[in-house]
Write a protein that binds this ligand. Structure first.
Ligand SMILES: NC(=O)c1ccc[n+]([C@@H]2O[C@H](COP(=O)([O-])OP(=O)(O)OC[C@H]3O[C@@H](n4cnc5c(N)ncnc54)[C@H](OP(=O)(O)O)[C@@H]3O)[C@@H](O)[C@H]2O)c1
Length: 324
């Protein structure tokens, strides 16, 4: 089968489309014929050699990509809940061999049935970013109906889902993005939108229950300013797990009687199922920025590395009508 692998860490030039053996599913795994793979910033972070949190887990050569939509073509003896031919989506094997491949074997628990209302291309953009938003808002942020949330970086892959999930759960959502994306945030359902380049943007928001740092900015001075938006007892959740809170942030958290959490996404099947229900109920939409053929993966990485993608980048691996 064809797969995009790396044999060395580096720039987009280390990505190689090559022939490799098709994987065999273990007892608890599905073998998926991949129709499409999402592209996420972590793909090129791993391509470049990872960060402090990831480096120890990376093995070469490796197949990148941890966002898949496709069809079940085989499964291990212990798998229940899926049939051959099922359309599925999931976050396979992070940070091992992933979804930039014609076939991918991964634990069945990392997949759920694809939302029926989505194409495979759309579905491939959901799992990693969606689960990141879900874990941060609900597992760590404990966001509730009627609460107020500030979402920084609301126009990106994670932020776009976070705005919609928070609205679907009945929260009041304030989102930040660049000026050109403010209408997009309103389209996602944000109640208030702010240009992150406006002066004193932090002072424009008060009394929120949760701040979600879903922007790519890694800056502890900016975090201290953002904490002023929280009410006492509030929660600051950052998805930038590779960038710890420094002493100034720790002191500000204590002084303001708020909590800070670094949130890594969890690939839970139950959450993928709940997300699929919200999508099929029309409460959450998937916004695709661009689709690339698998062979143009390097261009997709270059685009992701701009940090100004609106919605999701997708790699098409198979045509929908080209399935086994
Ligand atoms: N913990 C986890 O499990 C996990 C998983 C996935 C991602 N992440 C992290 O989450 C962050 C977002 O990832 P993503 O996939 O959503 O990225 P993405 O799709 O590339 O989105 C980037 C977004 O960041 C916004 N942005 C750029 N500069 C900004 C700034 N100075 N201030 C505020 N927003 C800014 C951009 O908005 P404009 O175009 O409007 O400027 C863009 O919409 C990244 O730091 C990534 O590493 C963590």
């Amino acid at each position: 089968m064809k797969a995009v692998r790396i044999h060395a860490f580096g720039g987009p030039e280390v990505l190689r489309l090559e022939d490799v053996a098709r994987p065999e599913p273990a007892a608890d795994e599905l073998l998926i014929q991949v129709v499409a793979s999402g592209v996420n910033p972590v793909d090129w972070v791993v391509r470049e050699g990872g960060n402090d949190a990831l480096r120890a887990y990376l093995r070469l050569p490796m197949t990148l990509g941890w966002d898949a939509a496709g069809v079940v073509v085989a499964m291990g003896s212990a798998v229940t809940g899926f049939e051959i031919g099922d359309a599925v989506y999931g976050e396979p094997n992070f940070p091992g061999d992933g979804s930039y491949a014609e076939y991918c074997a991964a634990k069945a628990s990392q997949f759920a049935h694809k939302p029926a209302s989505l194409s495979f291309l759309e579905a491939a953009g959901v799992p990693l970013a969606g689960l990141t938003a879900w874990t941060a808002l609900f597992e760590h942020g404990r966001l509730q109906l009627g609460q107020r949330v500030l979402i920084q970086g609301a126009s990106g892959g994670v932020g776009s889902f976070a705005v919609q999930f928070a609205k679907a759960k009945g929260a009041y959502v304030i989102g930040t993005a660049s000026a050109g994306n403010l209408d997009y945030l309103r389209q996602l359902g944000a109640d208030e939108v702010l240009d992150y380049r406006s002066p004193q943007v932090e002072e424009m928001v008060r009394d929120v229950d949760v701040v979600l740092e879903a922007s790519p900015v890694r800056d502890n001075v900016a975090r201290v300013k953002a904490l002023t938006a929280l009410k006492a007892g509030g929660i600051f959740v950052s998805v930038n797990t590779d960038f710890p809170f420094d002493e100034a942030v720790q002191a500000a958290l204590a002084q303001q009687h708020v909590t800070g959490v670094l949130s890594a996404n969890q690939p839970r099947q139950a959450w993928l199922q709940e997300i699929a229900q919200l999508i099929d109920a029309g409460q959450v939409k998937v916004f695709i920025s661009q689709v690339f053929p698998l062979a143009q993966v390097a261009d997709a990485h270059r685009e992701s590395q701009t940090w100004h993608v609106r919605g999701k980048l997708i790699l098409q691996v198979h045509a929908d009508d080209d399935l086994a």
